[in-house]
Unconditional design. Structure first.
Length: 238
């Protein structure tokens, strides 16, 4: 790893202040028990600042590649992907405890051994991972932070895209979805200005229709119910 480059990308220059929710409504005892007991076996310690030299050490020996989802919400997407891609190790990042409990329920019901959970903001964690270590990265329906003064809270920022570029392998894929037209423009402009990513769309249906290996989430379903149009973007690291 180029130490100077990593220092230039360091998120310490861009103070990370978490603005979202960590808890929702009170959990049922069974769900609370999952957080108390099952999470410990899958948890990546967010308080540990140690550099992770080999992320494969987090997963079973049969793991062939690593995918990451930032803000997995209720876990529908990451659990589906983990079930359908058993040789892939999944790092799921989510600070909202209710969503983590939902994912843990899926992990238990489906007996998934290939998911690890960072129960916190993903941004400080990115610098702990080595270059070219992630094959696929997902950010699905992130908070659009619609007010102008809140734009700096959006997960899609130049310094974060630089981190994504560093982490993804050449040819690796970055998938992002939104149903907010203002945030869509923001995403398109930021990715267009970044020299390391190529938009894979060749025809309108490439961004209008969700690919077959991209399951529906509760956020997409909610958007459709409320009359909003989800957009599905796929980029490749060049």
């Amino acid at each position: 790893m180029n130490k100077i480059w990593l220092e230039e990308l360091s998120l310490e220059k861009y103070p990370v202040i978490f603005r979202g929710r960590r808890r929702g409504r009170k959990l049922r005892p069974s769900m609370a028990s999952l957080l108390e007991n099952d999470l410990q076996d899958l948890k990546i310690d967010s308080s540990d600042k140690t550099y992770i030299k080999n992320p494969f050490d987090l997963f079973p020996q049969t793991t062939a590649s690593i995918w990451m989802e930032i803000g997995f919400g209720g876990g529908e997407h990451i659990s589906w992907q983990a079930e359908n891609n058993p040789t892939v190790g999944f790092i799921g990042c989510e600070p909202f405890l209710n969503g983590i409990a939902s994912l843990l329920r899926d992990v238990q019901n489906k007996q998934l051994a290939n998911i690890r959970i960072l129960a916190d903001d993903a941004r400080p964690f990115l610098t702990r991972l080595p270059d070219n270590s992630i094959d696929r990265l997902f950010i699905l329906f992130p908070d659009p932070w619609r007010k102008k003064r809140h734009e700096n809270r959006r997960i899609i920022q130049k310094n974060i895209l630089d981190q994504f570029y560093r982490l993804l392998k050449t040819g690796g894929e970055f998938r992002v979805a939104t149903d907010d037209p203002v945030y869509l423009r923001w995403i398109l402009l930021h990715l267009k200005d970044h020299p390391g990513f190529e938009w894979l769309a060749r025809r309108p249906n490439d961004w209008r229709l969700r690919p077959a290996d991209w399951p529906q989430t509760r956020y997409e379903k909610k958007a459709l119910t409320q009359g909003r149009t989800p957009i599905f973007l796929r980029y490749q690291k060049m």
